[in-house]
Design a protein around this ligand. Sequence first.
Ligand SMILES: Nc1ncnc2c1ncn2[C@@H]1O[C@H](COP(=O)(O)OP(=O)(O)OP(=O)(O)O)[C@@H](O)[C@H]1O
Ligand SMILES: [Mg+2]
Length: 320
Amino acid sequence: MLDNNILNVLNLRKYFATREGIVKAVDGVNFSIRYGETLALVGESGSGKTTTGHVIMGFYTPDEGKLIYKGRYDLSIPIKKRPLELKKDIQIVFQDPGTSLNSKRMVKDIISLPLMIHRVVDKKRVYERVSELLEYVGLSDEYMFKYPHELGGGEKQLVAISRALASNPSFIILDESTSALDVSSQAKVLNTLIKIQKELGLTYLLITHDLGVVRNISHRVMIMYLGKVYEEALTEEFFRSPMHPYTQMLLSSIPTLSSEDEKIKPAGVESIGEIPSAVKPPSGCRFHTRCPFAKSICSEKEPPDIKVGDNHIVRCWLYE
Ligand SMILES: Nc1ncnc2c1ncn2[C@@H]1O[C@H](COP(=O)(O)OP(=O)(O)OP(=O)(O)O)[C@@H](O)[C@H]1O
Ligand SMILES: [Mg+2]
């Protein structure tokens, strides 16, 4: 199939057996990611964001569904069985650079490891390439000889990003990659991510609960709640006219920085109730137990996809 999508995901399901019962972490999700875009995947804790990312990485195999990458690779195959060129092409940057970087190794060795494993460059060129990779993220050669503990949080995350770039990937999953950082490091890392995306034509799946980050770097937004996607829209439209009450609730709970922000904040959707258990998710629209606008149909039937604009889909009975 020819399209502009680097990834097409169809009816993805991933369940986990736990002592409490089966957790439907991802429960019938459809989405696509376009070449060169940043798609933000947003939702409260436990909505299935990381699980989705980990299935794409091949850390988990899906229970059901199709994931087609670049029109030719099947991502339902676990990472160990994937062809080398595919393993190189999809990378992930985790939330905590403190634990994801080996504390006993110097930066040059941390970054050269994937270069050697994937045989990206000739042995003689390895450190030259490490230096180039550090330059991409704005770190000088001096960083080659530092250990992770000598670096600040933002610098560590920049090293993790340059390590992710080592295999020349096209697609990077950023799972809360800036959440643990202070505001100024966060801005620095986000700007670096935007810069390298432009330079290298990268595609990002940005997993976050931070709508401020979403507004700064993503092109499109997808909202997940208890294993399902309830809304997707281009970023500008998303902030201008959020449709799903869950989206409105998320947006009304973010702190606003300016009076302009305050104007676009949806009024009146307060968070009510707790997030229900993922083992026994509510019937129909899973948000209905917390939704101030719920009608009887909301608890009876799953809402259909409703197209409310170009590139804007909402799954909510209110718009039927
Ligand atoms: N390996 C696992 N075994 C059992 N349950 C799991 C496993 N991984 C995730 N879950 C459960 O699946 C659901 C979705 O988890 P997931 O980590 O994908 O959420 P998330 O949206 O990334 O949340 P957070 O914002 O807290 O990172 C949760 O109920 C979680 O407890
Ligand atoms: Mg997560």
